[in-house]
Design a protein around this ligand. Structure first.
Ligand code: SF4
Length: 221
């Protein structure tokens, strides 16, 4: 199934109060850019209409503008790392993501200690969605990727992630391999999900040239 990548579709749930455009965990800042996904992960609170992450409600009544995100970030030097994440796939708003990353780099260009590193937490399906290799567009802007491998084979991946695009599992692996050539890449899987073989996930990840990190079902986010 194709999804409309250029359309700003938002969370159907109308939530009260001001939307959470950015949120802080420890000394890291997370950007809540998008509520859309290409996956329907069965372990994700959002799939069960729970938009809460710690004290933050990540439901977005509409897609936030680039300027509103930049206003919400303020001085990037306050943070050890800035991460495009949230309950949604950040690369589905690729244009906005690139604009924000460029602006953040430019506002720190004269800083002798270098800009705050930028990371994307992703499903690794951007090239499948856009039908082109988007990685060169992010070179020099993004410092690292965290990519959800999620499973050691397609059957288990489909069971837990329920991709809306065909052949998603093989595309995630291709993306991890391609991204690892020019970016620092960590692939992840959740220890505790039924049928997920963490050791095999680690072996697959390392064969693709990336580092592996296991996550835990009771410590998402
Ligand atoms: S890709 Fe992320 S936000 Fe989307 S359903 Fe899966 S875990 Fe949730």
């Amino acid at each position: 199934m194709n999804i409309p990548v250029n359309q700003d579709i938002d969370n159907p749930s109308e939530k009260e109060n001001k939307p959470t455009l950015t949120y802080i965990i420890d000394d890291r800042l997370y950007i809540n850019l998008c509520n859309r996904c290409t996956l329907v992960c069965q372990f994700c609170p959002k799939t069960h209409d729970d938009w809460q992450l710690h004290e933050y409600n990540l439901a977005l009544p509409k897609s936030p503008s680039v300027d509103s995100i930049l206003d919400s970030i303020g001085d990037p030097k306050q943070y050890s790392e800035i991460i495009f994440c949230g309950y949604g796939e950040p690369t589905l708003r690729l244009k906005a993501l690139i604009q924000i990353a460029k602006a953040l780099k430019e506002m720190q260009v004269s800083d002798s200690s270098g800009p705050t590193p930028l990371r994307i937490n992703s499903d690794g399906l951007a090239n499948l969605v856009y039908k082109r290799n988007v990685l060169p567009e992010l070179a020099g802007l993004i410092d690292s990727w965290s990519i959800s491998l999620s499973a050691h084979n397609e059957e288990v991946y489909i069971k837990h992630c329920q991709p809306t695009l065909n052949d998603a599992y093989s595309h995630v692996k291709q993306f991890i391999q391609l991204a690892s050539k020019n970016f620092k890449v960590t692939a992840t899987a959740i220890n505790g999900l039924e049928g997920v073989d963490i050791e095999s996930c680690k072996t697959i990840t390392e064969s693709l040239g990336a580092e592996f990190r296991e996550r835990f079902i009771d410590k998402l986010g």
